[in-house]
Ligand binder design. Sequence first.
Ligand code: ADP
Ligand code: GLC
Length: 475
Amino acid sequence: MRPVLSVTSECAPLVKTGGLADVAGALPAAVSLAGWEMRTLLPGYPQVMDRVKLKQPLLSETDLFGGTGVIRPGTGGGLDVLVLDAPHLFDRSGAPYLDAEGEDWPDNPERFAALSWMAARIAAEGAGSWRPETLHCHDWQAGFAPVYLQALGASAGSVFTIHNMAFHGLAPATRRAALRLPAEGFTQDGFEFWNQVSSLKAGITWSNKVTTVSPTYARELMRTEFGMGLDGVLRNRSDDFVGILNGIDTVAWDPSTDPHIQTYKSPKGKARMKKELRKEFGLGDSAGPLCIVVSRLSDQKGLDLLVDALPVLVDRGGQLALLGTGDRRIEARLRAVAAAHPSVSVHIEYDEAKSHRMMAGADAILIPSRFEPCGLTQLYALRYGTVPVVAYTGGLVDTVINASPAAIRSGVATGIQFHPVTVDGLARGLFQLLELYSDKKVWSRMQTNAMRSEVGWSASAVQYAELYDQVAPGS
Ligand code: ADP
Ligand code: GLC
């Protein structure tokens, strides 16, 4: 087995705010089947320190951006981890990136520069006898690692994965030297972005290979509409840039063994799960489809479009059960909609077990995202025979087979893709959902197809393994 270090700010089941954690948590088992032994470098947040059985430190640095930081190996949540124990940076209550008021911690650039720096030191010096040939760096939080590899003269290769282009990891130019970044890198071809330092851009320009989490998002990112100012930078790297589709953990999300739900082996078992789900959300009986949303509440997810298109669904017997947290304004708007419509119920909270029950009991999942690098909830839904109604964008394009007349005739459709991603487009998608749902034969065929969709990691893990090999020294 060849050694690879995954550098990430979150990793399920230890710490999670979104899909990045699911992916980072699933990758080690996935790539091990392709010959790579992955360890995961994580910040020592309180929840990580609590859940990992830690051993003695392997590497330390006395002045790591204002205090001592040590690397401690350990195991937790079924993973081999290396934890950056640096209380001055990570021993803080609340979510990983935000303070009690929901604002970014002002020293986020330094906190994740520290993570990236220690990743490069592990590559340069090893952690005990273990020394990675390749670093797999995730999102802006690990973007400086390839720059530091060069600064420390480490020979390890680097793969940088963009999970979400919306987060640039910006810092004022005045902090460049304190962030241990070379002056000559502060150019348009380097990590300078509109006179600030961008760790996302650093990752894109310094790493040996760049990936993102679906082939369609890779193509979108090279266009101005989606590139968020870095489309040109990605076009320059197009020879080294590839989209590799996310998978899901098909053991944790298996309808026949899922401990969060009563076992059911076919869409027929849904009837009972649906009844319970309606009860849990305080919804009455209805002949129309029970739709769900499980989502971070941010502009990306397009839930304002859903609010405006909702009458199409609820006026015709459809229902909506929504689980989500995030932007306070979006939360308030959704609560108001639920108060006004008896067929809409909104739970503003984060609840993993409930999300499983929802996937199992619903007829359809609604994902009206304005952009979606990959998206995981449509993959969970497919597995549970819950039909996805998705915006035609990013990974949603690559994972759902649209119910066009031809796809229905050939019996291959797994969901509905609506286009354009507007209120009218979504309203048409919802209308189509109601029509398909009323044709029991077509609907049950779609559910069966959905459950047969290939949503695991095997193909993508092989693609990552090939990249790790290509960038490793001596390859
Ligand atoms: P993103 O990473 O953009 O949030 P993904 O679809 O890739 O979108 O991943 C979101 C992950 O977070 C999924 O595992 C989803 O089930 C989970 N999730 C989001 N909101 C909630 C919630 N309120 N309760 C439980 N799980 C949630
Ligand atoms: C990001 C994206 C989401 C993707 C996840 C994991 O948070 O918004 O689409 O599935 O990362 O790659």
